[in-house]
Design a protein around this ligand. Structure first.
Ligand code: XBP
Ligand code: MG
Length: 258
């Protein structure tokens, strides 16, 4: 059994339910700013989430859902400009406090800090978005709880590629079997497993609940807490009814003993 030394958290959908009423709204605001009649409704956005990375998602949308659009500018410059505007809208929305942390996230982070577990972030989103979310939900300086914030374009290949998890572990000088990844999506599980991380916890959300989480040792509805029990969708955590460090340590030993 390998000692659990670090928790590597995904951000969007895991720390907070940011996609439906955060990123999607910000994309639509940027499209409106640019005078485009593009409207990513909740259903379309769910399809677009198959592609991680906002710039990559815009390109996917044009290739798969709006082939008729003709761009006057260089497409890369056009997409980058839209994405900058989107990020500005998203940061403002997050700063307004519109998107809270998911149930149990603050509790688990604090428990990890108290017990000396190292924390890292491995996300596809833009770094500024991570700082905005941590500050608005955990307070000024909360980013310092995390040794590494591996985010966005710091790697060329985004999730499901393993690059972002490999980058985070290299920066933390950690072996994969010392880490446990906490994710929300199929792409995230593939990325963590592809980086050699064998203990993966998934907390699903409205967009990801029907995805394939093969490779995750435990899949729950949410992290939960006292009086807020989570539902176990795959794996086992009995007799616990919410995800705490003891549950994570048990999961880690089961997954790394194989
Ligand atoms: C989720 C993503 C991100 C966000 C949009 O990242 O795929 O692309 O949807 O953010 P994760 P950007 O689940 O890995 O946190 O527009 O900044 O990419
Ligand atoms: Mg996610």
């Amino acid at each position: 059994m390998s000692e659990l030394k670090a928790l590597l958290f995904d951000v969007d959908g895991t720390l907070a339910d940011t996609e439906r009423n955060g990123h999607r709204v910000a994309f639509n605001a940027a499209f409106a700013d640019a005078g485009l009649d593009w409207e990513w409704n909740e259903e379309l956005y769910g399809k677009l989430l198959a592609v991680t990375g906002g710039k990559e998602r815009i390109r996917f949308y044009l290739e798969e859902f709006n082939r008729g659009f003709r761009c006057q500018l260089d497409p890369d410059l056009f997409i980058a400009g839209l994405h900058r505007a989107k990020t500005s809208h998203y940061k403002a929305l997050i700063a307004s406090g519109a998107i809270p942390l998911r149930s149990g996230v603050r509790r688990l982070l604090q428990e990890a800090v108290v017990h000396g577990l190292r924390l890292g972030i491995a996300t596809t989103t833009t770094p500024d978005n991570v700082f905005a979310l941590l500050e608005s939900t955990l307070g000024v300086g909360a980013a310092s709880w995390f040794e590494v914030i591996a985010a966005g374009d710091v790697v060329a290949a985004k999730k499901p590629a393993p690059d972002i998890y490999r980058w985070a572990m290299a920066k933390m000088d950690l072996e994969a079997d010392s880490c446990l990844a906490i994710e929300d999506s199929h792409n995230g599980v593939r990325s963590a497993r592809g980086a050699g991380i064998r203990s993966v916890l998934v907390s699903v959300n409205g967009y990801t609940e029907n995805e394939d989480f093969s490779g995750a040792g435990l899949v729950v509805s949410h992290l939960g807490g006292n009086g807020d029990p989570c539902r176990v969708l795959s794996g086992s955590m009995a007799p616990a009814t919410w995800v705490d460090l003891a549950v994570l340590r048990t999961l880690h030993s089961q997954c790394t003993d194989l």
